[in-house]
Design a protein around this ligand. Structure first.
Ligand code: BDR
Ligand code: CA
Length: 308
């Protein structure tokens, strides 16, 4: 089996933690590194949390720290969701391994250049600052990356403002750079991730796995703020959806669309403006909106059960 090489860019983050575990539990994926970015919480904590989650999985994946703030805007955090630790509900030991030497942006740029075209996939589940900086420094990597699979944006309403989803809102200028880079982009917006709710029953099934990783994930999902969508209540597993797309694309559906980012607006900054109903302009992203959530949860649970 050829393992798909990925770099996982994240801001853990409760759902980021689950996404990292899903990636590390999946032998189809070769996680070359985890790159941390400021987002849900500051870079010191996202880069520390990423290492703690890697050690929970008993993996040795290097973690690089990246950008400490958005390109233009003042930092916006999501501690009201993820808590002051960034992954409330977990009780992780402090990591033993230090950060990898070097900056996340340099790692992303150099690794993509060092591999043949179409070998590296970037999975981005936080604000897009690291990716934008790499693409600004080295526009050629847009044509070399296999694809960028990102959690972010919404076809309709946002979750941080009426118009904007958190990852795009936190750094809309970075998102503008990424969406206009020419790279192949797959986007998992809120319309998809809100279907993937960690309901009480699903969390109980994960806890019943009885492993340390499952215990930590269940703790995180218990603490994770709940929302009600499509008649179900639970914490939306936004970020694992991006990793899951790489593993099981057959469970999701969507269409190619033009996506633009609102960077100037008063009330709608960070909005992803998507040509969803009629595609008039050349598409720059594949936007996913359907998912078999029940099957997805079954498969995520099975993967988590592979971890110690
Ligand atoms: C996104 O925002 C963050 O708070 C989550 O980790 C996820 O990446 C959802 O809007
Ligand atoms: Ca995230």
């Amino acid at each position: 089996m050829t393992r798909r090489k990925i770099i996982l860019d994240c801001d853990p983050g409760q759902d980021d933690a689950v996404a990292i575990l899903l990636a590390l539990a999946s032998t189809e994926l070769d996680v070359l590194a985890i790159t941390a970015v400021a987002g849900n919480i500051g870079i010191e904590k996202t880069s520390l949390n990423a290492r703690a989650v890697v050690e929970l999985a008993r993996a040795a994946t290097p973690v690089y720290a990246g950008c400490p703030r958005p390109l233009v805007r003042e930092p916006v955090l999501a501690t009201h969701i993820h808590g002051e630790s960034g992954i409330d509900g977990a009780s992780l030991s402090p990591p033993n391994r230090p950060l990898a030497d070097g900056h996340a942006v340099d790692f992303i740029r150099d690794t993509i250049r060092a591999h043949p075209p179409d070998e590296i996939t970037l999975v981005a589940i936080g604000p897009l600052t690291n990716l934008a900086c790499a693409l600004i420094q080295a526009p050629d990597i847009a044509g070399r990356v296999q694809e960028i699979v990102l959690m972010g944006g919404a076809i309709g309403l946002g979750n941080t403002t009426p118009a904007a989803e958190f990852n795009i809102y936190a750094d809309p200028h970075a998102a503008h750079v990424v969406f206009n880079s020419g790279a192949r982009i797959v986007m998992t917006p809120l319309e998809l991730t809100h279907q993937v709710l960690a309901t009480h029953g699903r969390v109980a099934t994960i806890r019943a796995l009885g492993t340390e990783a499952a215990r930590q994930v269940a703790g995180i999902l218990d603490a994770y703020p709940k929302t009600t969508h499509f008649g179900a209540t639970g914490g939306p597993l936004h970020d694992p959806c991006a990793v899951a797309y790489l593993l099981w694309p057959d469970l999701m559906g969507g269409k190619d669309c033009r996506v633009d980012i609102e960077t100037e607006a008063t009330h709608s900054i960070g909005r992803t403006v998507i040509e969803w109903r009629r595609q008039k302009t050349a598409a720059n992203a594949h936007v996913l909106d359907t998912v078999d959530a029940e099957m997805l949860f079954r498969r995520i649970t099975e993967r988590l059960g592979r971890l110690p």
